[in-house]
Design a protein around this ligand. Structure first.
Ligand code: PAF
Length: 253
């Protein structure tokens, strides 16, 4: 049976009761769980004595109010997935629990967070880093699991953990895709039928093009509104809108 805790203090008490020698695998999420999240839970279950999942739609990382309003909430289905994967505890806090200071204090990074998604979503990564730091401090995980679909987020969280001497391991997990190549995302349910059919072109374009410019051109011709296609080191990153839904992806090149 998966326990659901809503208060940070209750979580800390639970963690102490289990004994600090037990390893804890932690999967932070905003809910609306899909098989990409399930992969993180399975990996956490294999590698740790205890598994915790958090569900918190973090308002400080949304730079667009309607994106926040439309974020899917599926708690009953999320709980069922947690139970199926033997998650020990779900941390499911309310805003006031996470932001008793109303976001007076925040964690910022000053370089990598300003490019790619950071350049198009002002304040986004401050929100992500701040909430993840809070969640780590509440849950005291041994390992925390993040999908490579949000590669920039993963790199920034890894950097934060190193910079602040945090005593945990950040574990990257490969992107889970639909059969047609579309990266699994909680936002995919907001695509119309015709948008859903077109969405896998994003992956094909960045994987098969000779250059970022060529991939961007293909997507624009296909009707996507492209925020960026950029190559950094050995990776190609993309963010593009289909209708109102913003999709991101990345591949190794
Ligand atoms: O990737 C997400 O779902 C969120 O950005 C995270 C890491 C749970 C922080 O709110």
């Amino acid at each position: 049976m998966t326990l659901v805790l809503r208060k940070s203090q209750d979580f800390k008490i639970w963690r102490k009761q289990q004994g600090q020698s037990k390893t804890l695998g932690f999967v932070p999420t905003m809910g609306a769980l899909h098989s990409g999240h399930e992969e993180l839970l399975k990996r956490a279950r294999r590698e740790n004595d205890l598994v915790a999942l958090s569900i918190f739609v973090n308002p400080t990382q949304f730079n667009n109010a309607s994106d926040l309003d439309k974020y899917p909430m599926t708690f009953e289905a999320d709980l069922a997935m947690a139970e199926k994967n033997n998650v020990d505890v779900i941390f499911f806090p309310e805003y006031i629990e996470m932001y008793p200071d109303n976001y007076r204090y925040k964690v910022s990074e000053n370089a990598y967070s300003n490019i790619l998604d950071g350049a198009h979503r002002p304040g986004h990564f401050d929100g992500v880093l701040s909430v993840v730091m809070k969640l780590f401090n509440i849950t005291s995980p041994s390992r925390a699991y993040f999908g490579e679909k949000d590669y920039q987020q993963l790199s920034l969280i890894k950097g934060m953990a190193e910079s602040f001497f945090m005593d945990l391991e950040i574990i990257p997990v490969a992107t889970v895709r639909e059969e047609d190549g579309l990266a699994k995302s909680s936002r995919n349910v907001r695509l119309s039928e015709s948008e859903r059919q077109k969405a896998p072109h994003i992956f094909k374009a960045i994987k098969n093009s000779e250059s970022a410019e060529e991939a961007a051109k293909i997507l624009i011709e296909d009707g996507f509104k492209v925020d960026y296609v950029t190559d950094i080191e050995n990776r190609r990153f993309v963010a593009a809108y289909l209708g109102e839904v913003r999709l991101i992806d990345n591949v190794e090149i």
